[in-house]
Every structure is written in C-alpha cells, then in structure tokens.
Design a protein around this ligand. Structure first.
Ligand SMILES: Cc1ncc(COP(=O)(O)O)c(C=O)c1O
Length: 457
C-alpha cells in the first residue's frame, strides 16, 4: 500500500513558526508494512475525503472579527466558540465511527470544563498528565449518567501521585519499567479499596522523529519520554503482561498529518512488534491535527483499522489541539499607544502571562483584521502590559491607527492558552466566555484578586 505524502502543515499552534522556516520533513511517504488480504477487506473504505472538504468550508475562525458580539464582555477575555467546537467534534466523531478508535481529550491542551457536556457526547474520555487533571476528568467529564474513561500518563509519579491517581484513573501509563514495578502493586492496592481496577500501560519511544522542533519532539536525542527498545532487553512480552501491562502508548507527533503517523507506526512495529499481540490496546497519543482542513482522514482511519485488525487491539487517540483548533479567541483592549521606534500598542493582556506559547515557541499569532508589517496603512507593535521587556506579541499592520479603547482579537487561542495562564506581575487572569451557537455570548468565569492571592502565601 502506498501512502500519500503530508500536505504542508498549516501553521496552527505550537510548531508553527519553526516549521515555516524549515523544509517539511520526510514528505516522501514510506509504506506501511504489508498486511494480509483478509485484513484489508475489513478496512474502512476511503470515502472521507469529501467530508474533509465539507469541514474545510466552515468559516475559520468563526469569531474572527465579532467585535460587536464581544462589546459587553470584560477585557481581556477568552471566548470559546461552541459552533466551532461542535464542528471539530463532528470530524472526530466521523473518525471514531469509521475506524473504531476511542478518542480522548488531552486536558493539557484544553480543560474548559463548562463545555465538557458537549465534548463528552463525542469523546470517550480524557487523558490527564497529573492527579489534578485526572480528578478534573473524573469529576467533570465522566458524568454519573455517562461514564467516560480517564487515562493518565506522567514522566514520573511520586508515591503520593500514585495514591491519588489510583483513586480516579482507569488507565495508568508508566514511563519506565522501574516505575511500573515500583508503583504497580501500590496502585492496585489503593484502587481496589475504591472499587477500581485500573489497566496499566507503558509509554514507548520508537526513536522516530517527525518534528523539527526539539522542544516538541519526544523522540529527540536524550528525551526522557518513553521506553526505548533497548530498555526492554530481557523483558519478554509475557513478563510485561505479568506486570499487568495491557496497553502500549506512544506520543511522538506535534501538529502533524496522518502520513507522519503511518511512518511512526512502521517504526513502532519494527521495534516493538513482538509486544503488540500480547496487548489489549495501543494509544497513538496526540499531535494529530485531525480537524485541520485537508488532514488525511482516510489514511488516519486506515492506520487505525489496519493496526487494530492485525494485532487485535483497541486503538486510542488523545488529541488536544485538534479538539479546540480555531475554536476560540482572546479579546483584549488597547490601553495606550507608546511612540517608540515604531508605534507600540500596549494591551491589557500579556504574552508572558496569558499567551505564554507565543514566547515559548516562539510564534506570532494571527490578529483579526491585521496584516503583516507594511501590508496595511499603519504598522505597529502589539505588546503586553507586564514589565517584561520581551512581552511582545509581534508586529502587525492595520487599516487605521489603533486608539486606546479599541478591541484587539487574537486568533486560535482556545488550546494551550487558558491552561497555561499565570498571574505574573499580578495581572488578572482573562475571563472566560462561551459564544453560543445561536448568537449569544455567556460569561462563564471572571477572576479576581482572590485568585491571585490564593496562589501565594
Ligand atoms: C502524552 C500526550 N498526549 C497527548 C498530547 C496532546 O497533543 P496535541 O495537543 O498536540 O494533540 C500531548 C501533548 O503534548 C502529550 O504529551
């Protein structure tokens, strides 16, 4: 079977600017290893292409310049778009139904629990990175009338982490055989007292890099994430089962298309294939930009279907960004225009405190109605109100000069934003609102001095 190459990625999130600078890696496709004819017959048919086009026609992002709708909101404010979330969920639902995969929300990317009732209609559960995320997933995602799965992975657990995690998790994924051996029995004991019996998983490192940015590449040399093949020397598949491991997990991608997954799967099978028939489940991790228009849904479903059939596995995906892609904005207000070497609009928000990915990555977020420097009549720098000299979002141009009181709307701010905010400089956290399907906007949460003070002592 020959696989199509990745389309060049849209710069949507974490890896955007870096990828823009580097050539797309490994665009030449590698074939997935050969399968039996009988397995091929049970594959989902390649009929999703048209659906991708249908979703591509959605306005993106829907909230782009909805300034009137936002007029009554406090500033700064994250506004999450219910309609866009639903559109993303429709794509994920299609994938789940066609492929048989179970899809989990990665809470590290998006944890706005007021919309969990919407998300859990489609998604099968959450994946958490800590006892607190796991508890949030259990409390808010897995409703009493709609039991959903809580999976947890952490690079390492403390004894206290395991005690807490065992009370809430259905799946505990370990990052090393040593942690599995040390904490497996304790997790079983604590869970049994709460009437739970979690499954155990082990995270793999297939040592196959698809990313160009080491910060977001779990297979970069020296990475602490996942067990390398050599770490399992002398650990037979039956020994893993005896230790209670029923699932394997890899997470190696970042904002990538299905061809990158196919290559990763091939590497995983090559290194860890002997363990797969012994397992009940295989988790393909996150980093699949499934809801980006043009994403190869057919190939994704084939990868899932083929792997599930070949080894008799339940496949899981745990996307974060794809769930909330283009599903929210950060609305803020111009406080002042400072005449520096160029006009600088000081905003009532902050890259450092409210959109830290901008500085971490770094990247320049899109702003509604703005162009690149020089493209429109008036060019300025947008900057935050903290005292950090580098608290700068980037340079933009506008049709008319910005003035104090004007609203500025940063695009694609639902994922990896509100989960990462801080009160650096004592800045108030942005409020959180939901733009509802039928036109209204509901303020969900506003923060106060107390939220700032409670984090300190
Ligand atoms: C283990 C794991 N699973 C899932 C995800 C979600 O990835 P994404 O938001 O890129 O889909 C991450 C992100 O870092 C992760 O580390």
């Amino acid at each position: 079977m020959t696989l199509p190459g990745d389309p060049r990625p849209v710069k949507a999130g974490k890896a955007r600017e870096e990828e823009a600078r580097s050539p797309t890696p490994r665009d030449d496709p590698q074939p997935v290893p050969p399968r039996h004819e009988a397995e091929q017959a049970s594959l989902p048919s390649p009929c999703l292409a048209a659906d991708t086009d249908r979703f591509a026609s959605l306005p993106s992002p829907c909230l782009a310049a909805d300034t009137e709708r936002f007029a009554s909101l406090p500033s700064p404010c994250f506004v999450v778009d219910e309609e866009r979330l639903a559109a993303n969920l429709a794509v994920l639902d299609l994938v789940a139904r066609r492929s048989g995969a179970r899809i989990l929300l990665a809470l590290k990317a998006f944890a706005m629990f007021s919309v969990f009732p919407l998300l859990r209609r489609t998604l099968h559960g959450v994946c958490a990175s800590s006892p607190h995320e796991a508890r949030l997933g259990r409390e808010e995602f897995s409703a009493p009338d709609a039991e959903r799965e809580v999976h947890v992975f952490a690079a390492a657990y403390s004894e206290e982490d395991i005690r807490e995690t065992a009370r809430t998790a259905d799946h505990i994924v370990f990052n090393s055989p040593a942690q599995l051996e040390r904490f497996g029995p304790l997790a079983r004991e604590v869970a049994a007292k709460c009437g739970r019996s979690p499954e155990f998983g082990l995270r793999l490192n297939p040592e196959h890099s698809e990313g160009t940015v080491p910060m977001y590449d779990p297979c970069t040399p020296g990475s602490r994430l996942g067990v390398r093949r050599r770490d399992l020397q002398g650990v037979s598949p039956s020994r893993l089962r005896a230790l209670g491991v029923t699932g394997l997990h890899f997470h190696t991608l970042c904002e990538q298309d299905a061809a990158a997954l196919a290559r990763t799967l091939a590497a995983t099978e090559e290194k860890f294939g002997e363990y797969l028939p012994q397992m009940r489940m295989l988790n393909f991790g996150g980093g699949h930009l499934i809801t980006r228009p043009g994403y190869d849904l057919d190939l994704l479903c084939r990868c899932i279907g083929l792997t599930a059939a070949k080894y008799g596995l339940q496949i899981y995906l745990e996307p974060g960004e794809a769930v909330a892609l283009n599903a929210g904005v950060l609305v803020c207000t111009v406080l002042d225009i400072v005449r520096a070497d160029m006009p600088v609009a000081v905003l009532d928000t902050s890259a450092a405190a409210h959109m830290p990915d901008i500085l971490e990555m770094p990247y320049r977020p899109e702003v509604a109605g703005a162009g690149t420097p020089g493209e429109k009549a008036w060019t300025c720098r947008l900057a935050g109100k903290s005292c950090l000299a580098g608290d700068v979002m980037g340079e933009y141009s506008f049709d008319v000069p910005l003035r104090p009181g004007d609203r500025v709307i940063f695009q694609d701010m639902a994922h990896y934003t509100m989960v990462k905010t801080s009160t650096f400089n004592g800045l108030a956290l942005p409020s959180i609102a939901l733009a509802q399907k039928h036109g209204g906007v509901r303020l969900v949460r506003a923060f106060s001095y107390e939220d700032f003070k409670r984090r300190l002592s």
